[in-house]
Every structure is written in C-alpha cells, then in structure tokens.
Design a binder for this molecule. Structure first.
Ligand code: SIN
Ligand code: FE2
Length: 228
C-alpha cells in the first residue's frame, strides 16, 4: 500500500518533469553571458513574419550606405520608437525613418514580449526593447565582424532572432582578432548576448543559396536592443 502510494507520487513527479522539459526553453551555453535558445520562436515564427510584412509596408527594406560609402549587402528596416541607420555621416539611431520622413512603425507587442521573455530565459530579467532592427539577407549577403556599440547602456543584452534560411553566425571575443565560434542558426533560433560579452565581435558569413518554406530565398534576422 505504502509502496503503491510512493509509486504514484513518483509517477506524478516524473510527469511534472516531462511538462518542464516541454515548457522550458533549451538553453545552450555559447560563452560567458551568451546563450543560444534553439527553436525558441518555432511556434510563433509565422506570426512574427506577418508582423514584419506589416512593418515593411510603411518602412520598406532598403540597402543603407556605410560611412565609408559602401552599399550594405543586407537590406534593413526598423520598428520601435527609434531605429538604427547608417549613411555617409555615420552610424546612429534616428527617431525618423529617413526614407519616409515619418516615425518608424511601432514595435508589435508580440515581438517585444518574445524578446523580453527570451532575455529572461537567458538570465536578463528586465529587458524591454526600444528598437528592433530587421535585417534581410539574400544569398551572398553577409555581415562583417562588428560590435553593437551605438547604444548608451551596455548593461542590457542583445536579443537576436533568426527566421528562414540557415546562416553561420560568427561569435568572437572582445578583440576583432579573436577567433570567432561558428554557430549554425536555424529558423526560430534566438541568440542572446550580454554581460562580459555585450561588446563581443559578431557577424554573419555569406548566406548560401536556398529556399525556405517560411521566407523563400531569404534569411531575416531581428535584433532587439534597449538602453538608447
Ligand atoms: C547583426 O549583428 O546586426 C545581425 C546578426 C544576424 O543577422 O544574425
Ligand atoms: Fe550586430
């Protein structure tokens, strides 16, 4: 009788553990302060893409120019109270979209919640994004190693969501010459970096050709930042 009760209790405990395994995101350690949440947005990615279509209807993707005069291979747009831009006069955040002359589209609640929840799962509990920079990569597009350092407050992490075609994310150290890890990012994966690695160099290797059921011939990446 007693043994039977014990078995029942154990059975209940096991099923709770199974529930946690389903409910809790898989957190893979990348480096100090940096984690990969595999498939984190798997179930919401179609809704995320729908939000992106709404954003691009008022602020379309465009190829910006670097301060050195090079056209970026990645097409970009933003949502939020401010947006990241680059042109001949430098990298900066701007409250207006230079293309439309109007404010950037507001950041949909679905996206800001997803970013805050992902940050919390990665150990950063008070992340509320001000901006979402949306990058669109066609095959061959790449992002050279760089630091995200146009923000004022480096206490908050960067939250980065990948959609569509797989890409190789390079995650280096605090010096440009530090050899980067190469991480294959798939649709729905989220990577979060902050703390001692907030200013780590990172980039994307040239995107291989492919077709993805969600995004066709593209990869789309959303990076959420705050502290601007
Ligand atoms: C970025 O660093 O701005 C983009 C990274 C990515 O596309 O995954
Ligand atoms: Fe970046």
């Amino acid at each position: 009788m007693v043994l039977n009760d014990f078995n029942k209790l154990e059975a209940r405990a096991m099923s709770q553990q199974e529930i946690f395994e389903v409910a809790l995101p898989k957190v893979e350690h990348v480096a100090a302060g940096a984690v990969l949440l595999r498939s984190y947005a798997e179930t919401s990615q179609a809704a995320v893409l729908e939000s992106i279509h709404q954003i691009e209807a008022s602020s379309p993707f465009r190829h910006m120019v670097t301060p050195g005069g090079f056209r970026m291979s990645v097409a970009m747009t933003n949502a939020g109270r401010i947006g990241w831009v680059t042109d001949r006069s430098g990298y900066r955040y701007s409250p207006l979209d230079p293309l439309s002359g109007r404010a950037w589209p507001h950041l949909p609640g679905l996206l800001s919640r997803l970013a805050s929840d992902a940050a919390a799962s990665a150990g950063f509990p008070s992340f509320e994004p001000d901006v979402c920079l949306i990058n669109r990569y066609a095959p061959g597009a790449r992002m050279a190693l760089h630091q995200d350092k146009d923000e004022r407050d480096f206490d908050q992490p960067i939250v980065s969501l990948s959609l569509g075609l797989p890409a190789t994310f390079m995650f280096g150290g605090l010096k440009r010459t530090d050899k980067p890890l190469r991480i294959r990012l798939l649709s729905g994966d989220v990577i979060v970096w902050g703390g001692v690695n907030r200013l780590a160099y990172h980039g994307i290797a040239p995107l291989p050709k492919g077709v993805h059921p969600l995004t066709g011939a593209f990869r789309i990446n959303l990076t959420f930042r705050c502290g601007l």
